[in-house]
Design a protein around this ligand. Structure first.
Ligand code: NOJ
Ligand code: CA
Length: 704
């Protein structure tokens, strides 16, 4: 039925006696992507999307259900439409590249109900060379100041049973393993009981975004959203039979609705990245382009950096966040006896600061420095427990800050909120004032556990607003946020560059303790084409002691060479060297971590297939040196690289860190071969990757 509608429209022979409208369309600057919009006979809005003359999203309807109002989905008239072209270039203060071209054609369709109350709705469509986006604008209505949305019903009618890479549409956490199935086989409900997740709520057969898919002819689509502001996060409900995706907003058990907004307002953008090759998905800048320009102005108070931290030792169980043992103490009192296992001591922190300063690493994260950890995991009543000002008695906050500064290193603050955002909000100003006074410019936040108040979810409107409040308040004190258990990235880093990084995926930490033994070898070759399309990832690479000898049932399923490659493959302006300082001792491979950049002028995705492998080259801003990282799944392969992206007439010293001949992620993960050669623009190089392996290359300009 739907196909028939589209066909009719394509032929363009619309019966003039019906209310059905002639399609309006907008095409990308290079002509490859177009969006077509029309009203059906009963005035329902429909759109479809073409890529190179092929329908990639067939006729799909749009509409909203409200509380105390009729649904808005039919009886509409087009009262006006306007078009414009924008072609601008903007600069990222830090990023995968310096300059971003934002070139699109836009169509705005103004709709009005033909019947009372004659509500008005505008839809903005933008066609880019790398995909499309659209958003709704609810206009001021006579006699109504605000609306309550029970659900948004935006459809995406797929035209093929794509192979897809998905995680369940969990309202509380994105830390799931990716599944690779046909759309017709997506079964999110089966992922409900996850032994490793402290919070999980999967009410529907829905997926979270970005969700990436590939067609038989090699076409790639990735669905997501941009500029998620004062609205609920979107999951996509999957109809396995009709291959229809429908927006399913994250709700609230407290309010009973999805979104409440004053009028007028605009929804987030619904986005589809469209690429003929998987590598183009990673190069796409659609998501950031659909956000507003930088609102913060000069953000040079933050500098991209590598960091180490008192972190992995807790995940390995060698030390603890808490000082006095997990016990229900109510509030912390100083006469409580320490267990002797506390990680964040003054002495231990100095050890990490010294290591950082000796190894060209500019940040030291300290988790467990503040009071409250005795009452962390497993407690229902977490309100008022964490204190973001008061250090434990064995942690000299001011002295360590001074010590770090003297060594050219900055402490990275840590605020675990234990998913009690109201407690955090009460302390935001004082906590950031303290950081500002100490000259600490970044904080890692965390939201482990079920949200208090009960009934709210991490990805609902209430929490979306909390995460925003944190960003905005932090910006006032020159503080940048690296959020764990965050709301998904939707390109807001363009508007708020202090949104430096976030977790929002199954990170390295799962390798230390997950019940299933850790992330499989295919995990990161999937992440690069799914989660990474949303924005920077704090994955925390750099584990050298791959087999985790103290953890019998857990390990890292990569080689050491792949751990190095991740500094390039995964983008983040804060990049951790996550292993214990002692595990880096006498390791020649550490030289790559010392050398590798964290802030890029250009990025080239040299090759890749979702779930299989990917190779990325990035040019460092400060030095003009290039770094390359390649990773593979559980299969060994060989990659050939051409270097035509290098500067003309320049020789580079290439230091190649690759899997040794007998390397294998399972039984010989630390076997690495390091070699130095000369490389220039005309060179080619073939690099083998072992099973679960990878390679990293530093290309340092020679003085010629
Ligand atoms: C979960 C975070 O992902 C992890 O990195 C952190 O160490 C713990 N929470 C404690 O805050
Ligand atoms: Ca986490």
């Amino acid at each position: 039925m739907k196909k028939t509608i589209t066909l009719l429209l394509l032929i363009g022979s619309i019966l003039s006696c019906t209310k059905e409208s002639t399609p309006l369309s907008v095409t990308s600057p290079n002509g490859s992507n177009s969006i077509n919009f029309h009203l059906s006979e009963d005035g329902s809005p429909y759109y479809f999307v073409n890529h190179n003359n092929k329908i990639v999203i067939d006729s799909s309807s749009m509409g909203f259900d409200f509380k105390d109002q009729n649904a808005l989905k039919s009886n509409l008239n087009i009262i006006n439409s306007t078009a414009k072209t924008v072609n601008e270039t903007w600069e990222m203060p830090w990023g995968e590249q310096k300059e971003v071209v934002n070139h699109y054609n836009e169509l705005v369709v103004e709709l009005e109900e033909a019947v009372a109350p004659n509500r008005k709705l505008n839809i903005y469509f933008r066609a880019y060379n790398d995909g499309i986006g659209f958003r709704y604008e609810f206009m001021q209505q006579h006699g109504i100041d605000s609306i309550i949305i029970l659900d948004e019903n935006t459809e995406f009618q797929l035209t093929e049973d794509y192979t897809s890479w998905w995680i369940p549409g969990d309202w509380d956490i994105y830390e799931h393993l990716y599944n690779t199935t046909k759309i017709s086989e997506i079964d999110a409900i089966s992922k409900r009981n996850n032994a490793d997740l402290k919070q999980t709520y999967i009410p529907e057969n829905a997926v979270n975004t970005p969700v990436t898919m590939r067609g038989e002819d090699g076409l790639h689509l990735s669905f997501h959203e941009a500029n998620l502001t004062d609205y609920a996060g979107m999951t996509l409900k999957v109809d396995n039979e009709s291959l229809l995706l429908t927006s399913e907003l994250v709700g609230s058990g407290r309010s009973g609705y999805k979104v409440k907004r004053e009028l007028p307002f605009k929804t987030p953008w619904r986005t589809v990245q469209i690429a003929d090759k998987a590598s183009e998905l990673i190069e796409s800048k659609l998501i950031v382009n659909l956000n507003e320009p930088n609102k913060l102005g000069d953000v040079s108070w933050f500098e991209p950096k590598k960091y180490v931290g008192i972190w992995w030792e807790m995940h390995l169980g060698k030390s603890t966040w808490d000082y006095a043992g997990s016990q229900d103490m109510g509030t912390f009192t100083e006469d409580v006896k320490p267990t002797g296992k506390h990680g964040a001591t003054t002495e231990n922190t100095k050890r990490y600061i010294d290591f950082a300063s000796e190894n060209n690493i500019k940040g030291v994260l300290v988790e467990g420095w503040n009071t409250g950890w005795e009452h962390w995991v497993g407690f229902e009543d977490r309100e008022g427990v964490f204190d973001f000002i008061t250090p434990y008695p064995d942690y000299d906050l001011e002295g360590l800050n001074k010590y770090a500064k003297e060594k050219g290193v900055e402490i990275i603050m840590h605020h675990e909120t234990s998913a009690a955002p109201r407690t955090y909000e009460q302390q935001l100003d004082t906590a950031y004032q303290l950081m500002n006074k100490l000259g600490i410019h970044s904080v890692k936040t965390g939201y482990v556990g079920k949200i208090i108040p009960k009934g709210e979810y991490h990805h609902g409107q209430w929490m979306v607003n909390h995460y925003r409040k944190v960003l905005e308040t932090a910006a006032k004190y020159n503080v940048a946020i690296n959020a764990h258990e965050p709301i998904k990235a939707t390109g807001l880093r363009r508007t708020y560059p202090n949104a430096i990084s976030r977790e929002g995926l199954r990170g390295q930490e799962f390798n230390a303790w997950s019940a299933d033994g850790g992330n499989p070898a295919e995990h990161l070759p999937i992440v690069a084409f799914t989660r990474m399309l949303a924005g920077p990832i704090d994955f925390t690479p750099g584990v050298f002691d791959i087999e985790l000898p103290t953890k019998e049932n857990n390990r890292v399923s990569t080689t050491i060479a792949q751990q190095l490659a991740l500094y390039v493959v995964i983008y983040s302006p804060v990049q951790m060297a996550s292993d214990l300082p002692e595990n880096y001792e006498n390791q020649p491979a550490l030289q790559f971590i010392r050398d590798v950049g964290v802030d890029w002028d250009q990025t080239k995705v040299l090759n890749g297939e979702v779930g299989d492998y990917v190779t990325i080259a990035r040019k460092e801003r400060k030095t003009g040196n290039w770094f390359i990282g390649g990773i593979t799944d559980e299969n060994a392969r060989e990659i050939t690289i051409g270097f035509d992206f290098l500067d003309d007439g320049t020789d580079y010293e290439a230091i190649i860190y690759k899997d040794a001949e007998d390397a294998h992620y399972k039984n010989n993960p630390t076997a690495i071969a390091i070699e130095n050669i000369n490389i220039d623009k005309g060179s080619t190089l073939t690099v083998p990757m072992a099973e679960g392996g990878g390679f990293a290359i530093s290309l340092i300009k020679k003085n010629n």
